[in-house]
Design a binder for this molecule. Structure first.
Ligand code: UGA
Length: 460
């Protein structure tokens, strides 16, 4: 397999860019495809044979807007290659990127055992010098530990290859992953050698044109930047959700409160939308892991702890709001709810830690009948929601979900819900409640006036 060579005008030298990506989840797959699109030669590895089989055919294994064309283009140019062999991936790459999951372990810490296993395997298979880049979200100390493990492996093999490790956290958002990877807000590189810095600078030199800021730090700082960023965003959401509660009971309007706050440039209204609570594979996991890291280093992170608790309260409060509203006029056991949106946010098929699960479970536990519809989230829900699947009805459309329902609960703000013919939807319903848990229609009287309408944080 030949490497692709580039002539770097600034540095006046040829540079071979062969990147191996281990893990083809939301981060690894998008990153690999984008790097191949930039002209790098990328080998993506995953141990899941079925997944690799699909990817080799150019079929994206996740729903991510903009991904299929660059995936197929990479395959057609030969810049993107898929394999299940870690040995092959290591052998044909100068830089190996680790992009595998670090799920929450039983104690709340991020479980980095898969990352460590991969580090050990890299040490076993490498046949020349390598730069290992960690993109997985990993707790403080992991990069240093990875370096140690690989070095031990090389010592055991009695070979003197040079190994360098860099921590290069990923900040892409699902649903906008391709866009974010093409044009990230910043590039953080935690490393301890000048050479590793230079290689990464070369690899990412296409970002120079867009003047994307680079920040070079040590390992610990880079690792913490990722957790600090996600936790801060989670704090923002929990803050606004608590104020939404207060707004609702005190007769204020959270959307105007946020607008009023956001006019102060130091605050800004972005990422301050009240809703059903945050979900996904990152915020719930990373906030917990950061609290555990704090405990390990004797730093109590009260604010992050409060954000986690507030998020749980928010989901419970949503269920309570629905139950209280409906039970004051109806016998709950006779009611049917139509849930719109299961994915943890729009434009993704990911349902990991989605608020929809807790809310649906809460409604089922109160004896309500639940029908659901989501544009992309149902495939995963059918596979993983084993505890509640027998009790919910999956529908093929919004109309089927609303048919004979007493109330609609909108949990994820998919754009297509905005264009529904609400009068027709209403005509098939048994009762006319709409719980808009993402405040999609607060400013659309033509919708709100049709229903007994509830929005998060909008007091009467
Ligand atoms: C998040 C970060 O935004 C990314 O920068 C980071 O790279 C990623 O985690 C990660 O660590 O991999 P993501 O989980 O894809 O990205 O989703 P977000 O768009 O951040 O939304 C997270 C949750 O917050 C969603 O449930 C969303 O509905 C909720 N949210 C977001 C709100 O409730 N209100 C808002 O104003 C914004």
């Amino acid at each position: 397999m030949a490497a692709t060579f580039y002539f770097d005008l600034d540095k006046m030298r040829w540079f071979a860019l062969r990147i191996g990506v281990i893990g083809t989840g939301y981060v690894g797959l998008v990153y690999g495809a984008v790097m191949a699109d930039f002209g790098h030669y990328v080998t993506c590895m995953d141990k899941d044979e079925q997944k690799i089989g699909q990817l080799k055919l150019g079929n994206s294994t996740i729903y991510e807007p903009g991904l299929p064309p660059i995936l197929q283009y990479g395959l057609s140019t030969g810049n993107l290659y898929f394999t299940t062999s870690l040995e092959e991936c290591v052998k044909y790459s100068d830089m190996i990127v680790i992009a595998i999951g670090t799920p929450t372990g039983p104690d709340g810490n991020a479980d980095v055992s898969d990352v460590m296993t991969v580090a050990e395997e890299i040490g076993t298979f490498m046949l020349d010098n390598k730069l290992v880049v960690c993109k997985s979200t990993v707790p403080i100390g992991t990069s240093r530990k990875m370096l140690e493990i690989i070095e031990q492996q090389l010592q055991a093999r009695n070979v003197g290859y040079q190994i360098e490790v860099a921590c290069n956290p990923e900040f892409l958002r699902q649903g906008k992953a391709v866009e974010d990877c093409l044009s990230p807000s910043r590039v953080i590189i935690g490393t301890e050698t000048q050479h590793a810095r230079e290689v990464l600078q070369d690899i990412y030199r296409m970002y120079d044109q867009e003047k994307i800021p680079f920040l070079y730090t040590g390992y610990e700082t880079a690792e913490l930047i990722k957790y600090a960023s996600n936790s801060f965003l989670a704090v923002k959401i929990s803050f606004v959700n608590e104020l939404a509660w207060l707004s609702e009971t005190a007769g204020a309007n959270i959307q105007d409160v946020v607008m009023g706050m956001g006019l102060d440039a130091r605050i800004s209204p972005t990422f301050l939308e009240a809703g059903a609570g945050y979900g996904g594979s990152c915020f719930p996991k990373d906030t917990r892991a950061l609290v555990e890291t704090g405990a390990k280093y004797n730093a109590q992170l009260h604010i992050v702890e409060a954000a986690i608790a507030a998020n749980e309260t928010q989901k419970t409060r949503m269920v309570q709001k629905i139950i209280d509203t409906l039970s004051s006029h109806h016998d709950l056991s006779c009611l049917t709810i139509g849930v719109l949106g299961l994915s943890f946010k729009p434009e993704t098929d990911d349902i990991r830690s989605a608020p929809s699960y807790d809310i649906i479970k809460g409604l089922l536990d109160q004896g309500l009948t639940v029908k659901v519809y989501c544009p992309e989230g149902m495939r995963q829900a059918k596979l993983t929601w084993t505890e509640i699947n027998e009790r919910i009805f999956y529908c093929d459309s919004e109309a089927e979900c609303a048919d004979q329902a007493d109330a609609l609960v909108l949990i994820t703000e998919w754009g297509q819900f905005r264009n529904l013919e609400w009068t027709k939807i209403l005509a098939t319903m048994h009762n006319n409640y709409l719980f808009d848990l993402r405040n999609m229609f607060t400013r659309e009287n033509s919708v709100t006036e049709l229903f007994h309408y509830y929005a998060v944080g909008v007091g009467v």
